[in-house]
Design a protein around this ligand. Structure first.
Ligand code: FAD
Length: 500
């Protein structure tokens, strides 16, 4: 019987817990190791997969298949038409390929947990062993708890506890206890395996029509998103040794020249693990600290990386979050949202008349990415200025992001809308005009809103109130769709009523 690893959002060979365990087992049992990946377009649709992410994932998969082939390890594709059929498709595949054990890394969203649970039952009926591991989080969800034994709601004490946990285990060197253990794929297991190149199950599907990028999006994709584990590691290493890291604390919000690491698409698709990134930080001589006593910008960067773990811990603990329910307060269904369809359309088209927001939305549509500060300003405007249900924006982001990750995206929207765990107070309402000036958005606006490219930098944040109405209008750029101060008042009143 063969041993199999099922790839999910862990498309890498290096430092992959379940793949490592599967390869160790195959070696011990002296049987071949095979791998597979499931495609289900219905599932992509319900989870709002974006064309950028679909393209990135399928192309990453092809590259991974090529690399595995060098070690004679096949990566098969299992197709399921419906979400409800995924477990039985995997079961049939395992039976037809004489697979005796399946290894995989856990994902913590409700649908994914349900699948793992039904897979466990279904495979057990066929005497196929099923083993799942924590790989995506640096600290396994459920490990940390408050003094009262509950899950942390607030990030700050959770982060202190998370870091302390890592510090405590950092001294140990054994696998499963040492948090930065490198889970290598053990080599040469398939020396005698007959790798049939003509096997139909090896065909990675092309990009489905509904996920095809436009020509200009494809150009941006090629310029921005490189494939493969080597390129992910190179990006991390060059960020850690660049002035970007030194400036990270203060410069990461800078809109014209953000100093962030641009690794989110690698992490969201599992091209690199958080363990590897943390190991790089710790062992980097100029910034690292083997005792994990980070300081300054390095500490700030580690803190941001930790948000990713935090939001995964949150959805694992409160699974209803995955069912479009808000974390705090009344359920979104009961709230009196305005949900004006034409206003939502203007926001989605980047035609709000607020240049910083329009630039962010247009960048996101064109490239699949916009910075954290932009995501916050655009999200805040949709929810608090327009009183549009945050879940519309959450879904729309997923439909466009190359780094779409349910937990982080939901967490971000929950934070901004004040309906999430550890969210900002409801009476904090971002002012897009001042954000634009404070974070120096002028050059960024001109890049993404060409209608405003000839307006002086210090006037471009709000051309209609800075004496450049005629120029903006002549180029077809709209007036602000709503007035900031009125929206602010309305939001304060609305939140006051809804929250109470
Ligand atoms: P860096 O600042 O260099 O950070 C490094 C890594 O740390 C990121 O790649 C990411 O994995 C993690 N990280 C940083 N900030 C956060 C954060 N606030 N929450 C969770 N993880 C974080 N991030 C996603 O990966 N996927 C999403 O779908 C997503 N949706 C978001 C939606 C909203 C409304 C908001 C406000 C934020 C969202 N984020 C999301 C978080 C953040 O915007 C991106 O991770 C970040 O912009 C990616 O760029 P970077 O890799 O250069 O980040």
């Amino acid at each position: 019987k063969l041993v199999a690893h099922m790839f999910l959002r862990d498309l890498r060979m290096k430092d992959n817990v379940a793949l490592h365990k599967a390869s160790m087992t195959a070696r011990k049992l002296k049987v071949p190791l095979v791998t597979f990946w499931v495609i289900c377009l219905e599932s992509w649709k319900t989870h709002s997969m974006s064309p950028f992410q679909a393209t990135y994932r399928l192309e990453s998969l092809k590259l991974l298949q090529k690399k595995l082939k060098k070690q004679k390890i096949p990566l098969y594709i299992v197709e399921a038409e419906k979400k409800s059929e995924i477990a039985s498709c995997i079961e049939s595949f395992c039976k037809s390929r004489n697979i005796g054990a399946v290894f995989t890394n856990m994902e913590y969203e409700v649908d994914e947990l349900r699948l793992l649970s039904s897979l466990n039952d279904q495979l057990a009926k066929n005497n196929i062993a099923f083993n799942s591991y924590n790989d995506t989080c640096l600290v396994k969800p459920g490990t940390l708890s408050t003094k009262q034994g509950g899950q942390f709601k607030v990030f700050k004490p959770w982060f202190n506890c998370w870091l302390q946990y890592l510090k405590d285990r950092n001294e140990e060197s054994k696998e499963d206890e040492y948090p930065f253990f490198d889970y290598e794929l053990v080599g040469d297991i398939n020396e005698n395996f007959h790798y049939d190149e003509n096997d139909k199950a090896l065909t990675v599907p092309g990009i489905p029509t509904e996920y095809e990028l436009t020509a200009s999006q494809r150009q941006n994709f090629d310029d921005l998103y490189h494939l493969g584990e080597e390129s992910a590691l190179k990006t991390v290493k060059s960020f850690l040794s660049s002035p970007k890291l030194t400036k990270y604390s203060t410069g990461r919000g800078d809109l014209s020249k953000p100093s962030t690491s641009r690794i989110s698409h690698y992490l969201a698709n599992g091209i690199i693990s958080l363990r590897t990134i943390m190991s790089e930080i710790i062992t980097d001589n100029s910034i690292g600290d083997k005792s994990l006593n980070f300081k300054g910008s390095t500490l700030e960067y580690v803190r941001q990386l930790a948000w990713r773990d935090y939001y995964k811990h949150v959805i694992a603990h409160w699974p209803t979050i995955c069912m479009y329910q808000s974390f705090t307060g009344p359920m979104s269904e009961d709230l009196e949202w305005e949900n004006d369809a034409s206003q939502f359309e203007k926001w989605c088209e980047g035609m709000t008349g607020y240049p910083v927001i329009d630039a962010s939305i247009r960048e996101l549509v064109a490239t699949g990415y916009t910075s954290n500060r932009n995501r916050m300003i655009a999200a805040s405007f949709l929810v608090k200025h327009l009183l549009i249900d945050w879940r519309y924006g959450e879904r729309w982001f997923m439909e466009h992001l190359v780094d779409g990750d349910f937990a982080s995206n939901n967490g971000g929207w929950g934070f901004i809308s004040s309906f999430g765990v550890n969210s900002q107070p409801w009476f904090r309402i971002m002012n897009p005009w001042t954000q634009s000036e404070k974070f120096d958005a002028a050059k960024y606006i001109k890049k993404w809103v060409p209608e405003l490219k000839d307006i002086p930098d210090n006037k471009v944040h709000n051309p209609y109130s800075n004496g450049f109405s005629a120029d903006a209008r002549a180029n077809g750029y709209p007036e602000p769709m709503v007035e900031h101060s009125k929206c602010r008042e309305r939001a304060l009143d609305w939140y006051d009523r809804m929250k109470n």
